[in-house]
Design a protein around this ligand. Structure first.
Ligand SMILES: *[C@@H]1O[C@H](CO)[C@@H](O)[C@H](O)[C@H]1NC(C)=O
Ligand SMILES: *[C@@H]1O[C@H](CO)[C@@H](O)[C@H](O)[C@H]1NC(C)=O
Ligand SMILES: *[C@@H]1O[C@H](CO)[C@@H](O)[C@H](O)[C@H]1NC(C)=O
Ligand SMILES: *[C@@H]1O[C@H](CO)[C@@H](O)[C@H](O)[C@H]1NC(C)=O
Ligand SMILES: *[C@@H]1O[C@H](CO)[C@@H](O)[C@H](O)[C@H]1NC(C)=O
Ligand SMILES: *[C@@H]1O[C@H](CO)[C@@H](O)[C@H](O)[C@H]1NC(C)=O
Length: 600
């Protein structure tokens, strides 16, 4: 993680004969990787990955190097006879036609990362496979395909296999059954097709041994069809299941309730149907990210979901869900925490192996990975939900984004909406909500995306610091009874209309001011007579009271007179310029105090 501005890697490193660990990653080197590195026969770890990762929502997963760090050929690698770990991800290997043969010569290699290395396509077979002890193989982002080369399946000790972002197609091959030690399998964004039931068949060799160790399965963005097989329960260690954007259908098998370790369940953009099973809330108690977006789920929202203590992202949008939003949705424990620190967790630059999901954020889909642990988000939009927004939702003080748009919700915005101190994005558009827009919005200092359009809100749009910064009339349109800027619709100028149009809060403030004056009068009368009444009727107290002030007055007079005398004396010494004659009077009227005595 230095910055060498495209300089070439110095050749002298090749003369450090006893070097065992060399990590030049993320350092801004460019040019050709020197062959001299092949002299490091004791090297066991080599990382040249320039780590310029740019992955946007364009979905193509391209990593763009800042400088063209490249390799012309790789035969020099054969000198690294002790090499166990090699990362040449993002290094351009496009002209290294010999890359596979060269790597096949590395007798000790365990971890091989060639992600986004622009690899020339690989022959599906090797004359002689040496590569049999690999535990990590990452060939993601290389446009390889259409067939997974057979030598991949010869590595029966593989723990992590990432072939994502390539052009592989056909059904997932049955040879996968050789890879029974897999913990992470990432095949996302390819063209795999065929029934996911067949996936079970692919692993037939392992099923008896339960494929016990698989914890991460990423098959996003392929063409897989069919339903989730009930044998999914054999994957007892599964923590992360990504099946987004395939052609999967059917109901979720109840055997899935045995996958109790699941933290991420992303089934979005498929054709799943049926009700959202209540065992999700009851059994999958470690779920952090639940994404069922864009499916055909129907029925009510199960109140049991609120049992998910760790849930941070709940995306049930664009289904056919009906009924009301359960009050229990105010109980998601992990969303009731407001004091999260805004640290970006830096996990090494590479995205593979890091959990990532796509969430709607201020109107766009974004991929979150390293900052994922900070995202707190509920999206129930595009369903058929009715009833009121439960006020309990305002207990979710950690919530950053709430999207309830495109439902049939009625009633008003909960009064305590300002409790959602961290909210950045609030979309309530396309409902039938009514009443005034609460003033409390002005306290939501993080709010930067608001949409209240196409409802039945009424009255004056509150003007306040926070709302003034979101000065876009489209967020209020389709509410014929709303008035005031930024809408062109003027508010009627009726006397006393102020409190009426500015909603309850203003009326309440006014009442409070009136109450203040009303209660001040009696307070004054009582206070006055408690003091003066006693002095009037109790002679001994009266005498004591005035004696006290008399005494105090005399003391003050003496003190001031003494000061004055001293002051005059000093002035006289300085040339007797004198003071304006009025000055002492402004300080005090000492004789005036004892005078009170005679007036009573
Ligand atoms: C290191 O390798 C280069 C080329 O690979 C070679 O020409 C050179 O003689 C080697 N140097 C030493 C000290 O072995
Ligand atoms: C590699 O796998 C193929 C088929 O998957 C098999 O025929 C071959 O014997 C294997 N070779 C080694 C060295 O394991
Ligand atoms: C949505 O669910 C209702 C019943 O709740 C059903 O009548 C309707 O056909 C469903 N719509 C779609 C698009 O599936
Ligand atoms: C809310 O969800 C709808 C889709 O259901 C989407 O069109 C809209 O952009 C989302 N709003 C925000 C603020 O993300
Ligand atoms: C909108 O709200 C007003 C009262 O503020 C009510 O009279 C009217 O019927 C509502 N319109 C719709 C379409 O719900
Ligand atoms: C608010 O929602 C409406 C309707 O969905 C949309 O036309 C408008 O562009 C949105 N405004 C903003 C600022 O996102």
């Amino acid at each position: 993680m230095n910055y060498f501005r495209g300089r070439v890697i110095p050749k002298f490193i090749g003369s450090l004969k006893n070097l065992r660990y060399l990590n030049l990653s993320g350092s801004g080197f460019g040019g050709r990787v020197p062959h001299e590195l092949g002299n490091l026969s004791t090297l066991s770890y080599l990382d040249l990955n320039p780590y310029r990762v740019i992955r946007s929502n364009t979905n193509d997963g391209t990593n763009v190097p800042m400088y063209d760090l490249h390799v012309d050929r790789l035969d020099w690698l054969s000198g690294l006879s002790s090499l166990q770990y090699l990362d040449m991800g993002v290094v351009n290997l496009n002209t290294a036609a010999d890359w596979l043969l060269s790597i096949n010569m590395l007798p000790s290699i365990l971890n091989l990362h060639l992600s986004s290395s622009q690899l020339p396509n690989i022959s599906t077979s090797l004359p002689h496979v040496n590569l049999t002890s690999l535990s990590t193989l990452d060939l993601s982002g290389n446009r390889l395909g259409p067939q997974i080369p057979t030598w991949v399946f010869n590595n029966s000790r593989l723990v992590s296999l990432d072939l994502g972002f390539n052009d592989f197609s056909y059904p997932i091959p049955t040879a996968m059954g050789n890879l029974c030690n897999l913990q992470t399998l990432n095949l996302q964004l390819n063209h795999f097709n065929g029934e996911i039931n067949k996936f079970e068949e692919s692993f037939k060799g392992c099923i008896k041994r339960d494929l016990k160790s698989l914890n991460t399965l990423i098959l996003d963005n392929n063409g897989l069809s069919g339903g989730i097989p009930s044998s999914i329960s054999h994957l007892s260690q599964l923590t992360s299941l990504h099946l987004k954007n395939n052609k999967l259908s059917g109901e979720l098998p109840s055997s899935m309730m045995n996958c109790t370790g699941l933290k991420t369940l992303d089934l979005g953009e498929n054709g799943f149907s049926g009700k959202i099973p209540k065992w999700i809330g009851e059994r999958l108690s470690f779920l952090k990210f639940l994404i069922l977006r864009s499916n055909k789920f129907h029925g009510g929202l199960p109140p049991h979901l609120s049992l998910l203590d760790e849930l941070q992202v709940l995306d049930l949008s664009q289904n056919n869900l009906s009924g009301t939003i359960p009050e229990s949705f105010g109980n998601f424990s992990a969303m009731r925490v407001a004091n999260m620190t805004n640290v970006i967790i830096y996990s090494g630059g590479r995205l593979s192996g890091v959990e990532s999901i796509w969430v709607f954020w201020k109107g766009f889909l974004y991929e979150y990975s390293r900052t994922l642990s900070l995202v707190i988000n509920i999206n129930l939009s595009g369903n058929d939900l009715h009833g009121e927004i439960p006020k309990e939702i305002t207990h979710l003080v950690g919530l950053q984004s709430l999207n309830l748009s495109r439902n049939r919700l009625i009633g008003t915005i909960p009064e305590d909406i300002n409790d959602l101190q961290r909210i950045e994005s609030l979309d309530l558009s396309w409902n039938q909500l009514s009443g005034a827009i609460p003033h409390s919005f002005s306290y939501l200092t993080f709010l930067s995306h608001l949409n209240l359009s196409h409802n039945n809100f009424s009255g004056r749009i509150p003007s306040s610091n926070q709302l003034d910064t979101i000065n876009d009339s489209s967020i209020y349109m389709g509410n014929p009874l709303l008035c005031g800027p930024p809408l062109l619709n003027q508010c009627p100028r009726v006397p006393n209309s102020q409190s009426l149009f500015d909603g309850d809060k203003e009326a309440k403030d006014e009442l409070e001011i009136q109450l203040f004056f009303i209660s001040m009068g009696p307070g004054f009368v009582v206070g006055f007579w408690v003091v003066c009444g006693i002095l009037l009727f109790k002679r001994s107290w009266r005498v004591a009271y005035y004696n006290f002030f008399d005494d105090m007055g005399d003391r003050l007079y003496v003190a001031v007179a003494r000061r004055l005398a001293k002051f005059k004396k000093n002035k006289g010494l300085q040339g007797n310029r004198g003071l304006p004659s009025s000055t002492p009077k402004h300080v005090l009227h000492p004789r005036a105090l004892p005078g009170h005595k005679s007036s009573l």
